[in-house]
Design a protein around this ligand. Structure first.
Ligand code: ZN
Ligand code: ZN
Length: 358
């Protein structure tokens, strides 16, 4: 067999091997990037996901009031972090539901990556040829140099580690132009294969992504999830594990979280901000009470909350208590009676009024 033919078959073996690795890496990079693109697009186009957790929370409060579904309120009050996560997941699902989004996004990314790979092929070939002319280390193969440059060029956008290709670097390839030509052809086929995979791709086809769109959106819209020990309002700080006190601009009637008067089955309808100014006590046990005015001394759940005595309150939660009086009574097995009787004025609040406040 002539030397030329050995060279040509080496190129084929090498190109087959490299392009299969490259195709897998390209596919993964497109999947990862499309997930980022979906999240970014949603941040632009979905008003509820545009800003921060507090903006999303107001949106959710409006949405829940519109739908008047107690089970959603219940999840929001009892498992807020999961509730927000789940809501974002549903948003992503709805946004991608018609399957028209993923194809164009993937095509754009694939095109960009293709051009980056072509540049890398060309740069690697030129460098390998130049190094051949001034080779100070004849032991080092041209192909090894070629692979060094190729992998380095792709490092930022593809996962194609140089050390996974070491066993190929001793292939006897000297015709760099043939290598460039063959690899360019193989790349076109790979791009076609990947493009076909995305032609009717749905969200489920992106499940191997480094990060799902809902996860990156949740990270951006997350924050502190501590809840007020009296009323379960969520701290509005945008940093999870933040220093300093937890706080929230509006507290709620304690009954929302099931609070009741000691030795009765009557709800507490007072709001935390008035409770902390009252002469009431937090009953930790029959023998251990802490005055509400010194609530921070009632244990770890209380000590980091800043609840200032004032009269800020939302009509929203008064409306909620009236609208879901029966559901709350059933859920917590308590009654709105006696000191927990719902004031007449609360029952006059119209739904339109609560929307004005949000
Ligand atoms: Zn509170
Ligand atoms: Zn907090």
């Amino acid at each position: 067999m002539s030397k030329g033919l050995i060279g040509a078959s080496s190129v084929t073996i090498f190109v087959d091997f490299l392009s299969s690795k490259l195709e897998a890496a390209l596919h993964q990079a497109v999947v990862d990037q499309v997930c980022i693109d979906i999240a970014n697009e949603m941040r632009q186009n979905c008003p509820q996901l545009k800003e921060s957790k507090i903006n999303l929370e107001y949106h959710l409060l409006k949405d829940m009031a519109e739908k008047e579904d107690f089970s959603r309120f219940w999840d929001y009050i009892s498992i807020p972090k999961y509730f927000f996560q789940n809501y974002i997941k549903t948003c992503v699902y709805n946004y991608c539901r018609d399957n028209k989004l993923i194809k164009p996004l993937s095509e754009k990314r694939l095109e960009e990556l293709k051009s980056i790979v072509l540049t890398a092929i060309s740069k690697a070939t030129t460098t390998a040829l130049t190094s051949l002319t001034n080779n100070k280390n004849p032991e080092e193969s041209k192909l090894s140099k070629w692979l060094d440059v190729f992998c380095e060029e792709l490092e930022k956008c593809l996962k194609l580690p140089r050390n996974t290709l070491t066993h190929m670097e001793d292939e006897e390839i000297s015709d760099m132009d043939l290598l460039q030509e063959s690899l360019t052809k193989a790349l076109a086929t790979s791009v076609e294969n990947i493009s076909k995979k995305f032609a009717s791709a749905a969200l489920v086809d992106l499940r191997n992504a480094k990060q799902q769109p809902e996860d990156s959106l949740f990270t951006l819209l997350s924050g502190c999830w501590e809840q007020c020990p009296f009323c379960a309002a969520i701290c509005t700080n945008s940093i999870e594990g933040h220093s300093g006190d937890h706080s929230v601009p509006f507290h709620r009637p304690k009954a929302v979280y099931g609070g009741w008067w000691y030795k009765t089955d009557h709800f507490v309808i007072d709001i935390c901000t008035s409770l902390v100014a009252s002469d009431c006590s937090i009953v930790l046990s029959d023998t251990h009470r802490v005055p509400c005015k010194q609530y921070r001394k009632a244990g770890p759940k209380y000590e980091r909350w800043r609840i200032l005595p004032d009269d800020s309150e939302l009509k929203y939660w008064k409306w909620f208590v009236c609208r879901f009086q029966k559901e709350l009574e059933d859920k917590y097995q308590r009654k709105f009676e006696d000191r927990g009787k719902i004031p007449y004025q609360w029952k006059q609040i119209k739904k339109t009024e609560i929307f004005d406040e949000l």
